[in-house]
Design a binder for this molecule. Structure first.
Ligand SMILES: NC(=O)c1ccc[n+]([C@@H]2O[C@H](COP(=O)([O-])OP(=O)(O)OC[C@H]3O[C@@H](n4cnc5c(N)ncnc54)[C@H](O)[C@@H]3O)[C@@H](O)[C@H]2O)c1
Length: 259
């Protein structure tokens, strides 16, 4: 007889930028699969709304405000979680920005710094700071959120320039961290979404040219939905992926070419 045990029962997960979009869907799915999920984003109001919504679905969640670029916010996110649960098992590093969409040769130093500070530097330091509190529980899984654009930074070169490049950096970060952390029992993987219908993605997903392009070039002929990233995240967080580390996994409807 099948055992009715949820794949993340007893685990504690922290998900950054999880009040909306892909992060919210991942938080929801991890909680449905049995984890307690710490929801976070920059604004208290958004955290409260997301936590409330998930609680009304009967899910085990709590919330902490965290701007991932601020060390003190990262310390609070980790500190509060450790104080309540003694540690945690799953870190989903999902926050990202693209403050001034444009071509790489138009990127200013200030925009470059903001993109790399949030998307790359903060992802690394949050993981580095979290790992001592995760590894002792024996099931640590770190998951970065990169992008298909990390592989093809020229995908939408008119709007994604330096942002796409920051996502390329995460592909390498995943490989490097997995190598160093494997012997400590910590797995590090990365999800690379294609075009997903969120507020962040709508500059492209709602563009007529992109819609036409997807119809003809994406094997599944459509954009993705945030929920379609959530199962992959849950799998990578669970024991079902216990022999998988250092992988950058694309979920993009089969799309392989630049816009
Ligand atoms: N939507 C897509 O087509 C797509 C494609 C590939 C990758 N991604 C990646 O997926 C992730 C989620 O994006 P999304 O599409 O769900 O859009 P989204 O706008 O819902 O998510 C981005 C989130 O990051 C948050 N954020 C920005 N700066 C932050 C900071 N300093 N600290 C904490 N949170 C911060 C924003 O508030 C926002 O909630 C991002 O890493 C994005 O790069 C999205």
């Amino acid at each position: 007889m099948a055992r009715l045990r949820r794949s993340l029962q007893g685990r504690v997960a922290v998900v950054t930028a999880s009040t909306d979009g892909i992060g919210f869907s991942i938080a929801q799915r991890l909680a449905v699969d049995g984890a307690h999920v710490v929801v976070s984003s920059r604004k208290q109001k958004n955290v409260d709304t997301a936590v409330e919504k998930l609680k009304t679905e009967g899910l085990s969640v709590s919330g902490v405000v965290c701007h991932v670029g601020k060390k003190e916010d990262r310390e609070r996110l980790i500190g509060n979680t450790v104080a309540e649960f003694g540690g945690f098992d799953i870190l989903i590093s999902n926050a990202a920005v693209n403050p001034d969409p444009g071509r790489i040769m138009n990127c200013t130093e200030a925009v470059w710094d903001k993109i790399f500070n949030v998307n790359v530097k903060s992802s690394f330091f949050l993981a580095k700071e979290a790992i001592p509190h995760m590894e002792k529980r024996g099931k640590a899984s770190v998951i970065f959120v990169s992008s298909l654009m990390g592989y093809i930074p020229n995908y939408a070169k008119d709007v994604l320039g330096a942002y796409a490049l920051s996502k390329t950096a995460l592909l390498g970060l995943t490989k490097l961290m997995a190598l160093e952390l494997g012997p400590r029992g910590v797995r590090v993987n990365c999800i690379c979404p294609g075009l997903i219908e969120t507020r962040f993605g709508e500059a492209i997903t709602k563009d007529e040219r992109a819609i036409k392009f997807m119809k003809h070039n994406c094997p599944l002929q459509r954009n993705g939905q945030p929920e379609e990233m959530a199962g992959l995240a849950s799998f990578l967080a669970s024991d079902d992926s216990s022999y998988i580390t250092g992988e950058n996994i694309v979920a993009a409807g089969g799309l392989q070419s630049a816009l």
